[in-house]
Design a protein around this ligand. Sequence first.
Ligand code: O2Y
Ligand code: MN
Length: 586
Amino acid sequence: MATPLESWVEEVSRLTKPKSIVWCDGSQHEYDHIVEGMLRDGSFIELNPKTYPNCYLHRSNPNDVARTESVTFICTREKSDAGPTNNWMAPDEAKQKAEPFFRGAMKDRTMYVVPYILGPANSPYSKVGIEITDSPYVAASMRIMSRMGTAALDRLGGSSDFVPGLHSLGDMDPQHRLVLHFPEEKLIWSVGSGYGGNALLGKKCFALRIASWMAREQGWMAEHTLILGLEDPSGKVTYMCAAFPSACGKTNLAMMVSALENQGYRVWTIGDDIAWMHIGKDGMLRAINPENGFFGVAPGTNEKTNPNVMTAVHHDTIFTNVALTPEGEPWWEGMNAAAPSGLTDWKGEKWTPSKGPAAQPNSRYTVPARQTPSISEHFEDPEGVPISAIIFGGRRAKVAPLVFEARDWQHGVFVGATMASETTAAATGAVGVTRRDPMAMLPFCGYNMADYFRHWLEMGERVAHPPKIFHVTWFRKGEDGQFLWPGYGENVRVLKWMLERIEGRAKATETPIGYVPAPGSLTLDGLDISAGTMEQLLRVDTSVWSDEHEAIGKFFEKFGKRLPEELRQEQEKLGQRLQQVAVAQK
Ligand code: O2Y
Ligand code: MN
């Protein structure tokens, strides 16, 4: 009798009519074969084999360069289960709409059956997905981003315990593009895009949208957070997660070269984008990284912002939509001071500065995690690493101080639920618009966010040793519009303060929004920063926060009665604390 997987593959091949079917085993030989085919048909360009061995450049269709939230849907039977922050379509309607785009779509193409594991192969918390795709680029990328091939089939056996994801490039007409999630069936359909988050279905579609639904059902958490370990001078490592919205520097923080290395503080990388967290036997939240590679944004990456990844991408890496130098090397804006002459831009045309950026602003590298020099020796611990801090943050030029600590778990959930970030030109075209992005999950939560907040509150009650919760912004600006904090490797100073708070050693000052570092408690030696600048960085301006308090109230209205009462109370308490300070200041 056919296994559930064989039956599904048969069903999909009847619909899509592929020329041939390849069951991916994940071997080097198979990868080389896929790469050869792509080099032959021009969809891969080999980079300089001396300086970038086994590296390739892929150029996507210029109409397909980023995740498309407008065509991303959560397809639950009840609209209210998708909630007010997701696009919703009824499951039957969604399938009727997408099916014609899949019908016969693989007629002249190979269909790759890509089995993969999210999480370490031997972890009880890992899960199996199967992506069917007609894109060799997707198959090659999935080999880097997940544990792909035979190991996944072995883990699955004849079971039906896998998340099927059907992907086809379709006809690449943006009007025929859909990214559909059926969380009740644990099913993904994506058509019409070959790029990143739309097409590598193990990433945002499974590891966040479908997994967040599963996590609520099963009592764990699927979060849009990096995972890092901060080593102290005694060699002890404390693990932290950080949830920042897209394009706020999660990868750089996760791979940071610490400015306090001479004092014995070092950062180790477990993950740069996603964490799955379960309550461990020790009563701690334990995090695994479901991914096996990094799909990082290239522009702005350089020896200062992320030296570890600059080392990592020098071999066995796929680059997408970056520019190409005459020496056959990748290039992007922000890699070094000046653009080399003779560049070919991301569309394959001769570049001149008047044409705009040479690399697409969302151009990417896809690199195996283990190539990063900062990778932790605990990267694949089956039980995950124990999390002592969860950090929320975003780009806030005026409102948030450099760092503050939440009063307790419930207050921390409120801080995460109300976090916001100001948009950059690269992200949306509109600069400085504040977007609330709860726990950085706005585009990735597979269900009603009010229920998601409830799930966070409940997890806090169940976990014996909950992590402390902090909020940071590296992007506070002075009156002159310049950033006040140097960022990058210097951010370790803030992590060190958190570590000392966890250990009960660092002093803090209570404010209406939480605890900020007391004067002298942040390690600033070796950093040229004035007391005035530090005062500005840590200032909590009650009139600015009164506006924020009101904006939060409006944001919460979106969720109606489904919003947990505890969060409404937290908003009220914030108002009262602000009021008390305002009265005291009069
Ligand atoms: O634009 C895309 O398709 C990629 S988006 C992405 C990629 C890696 C990590 N995070 C993100 C994100 O948008 O959060
Ligand atoms: Mn992300």
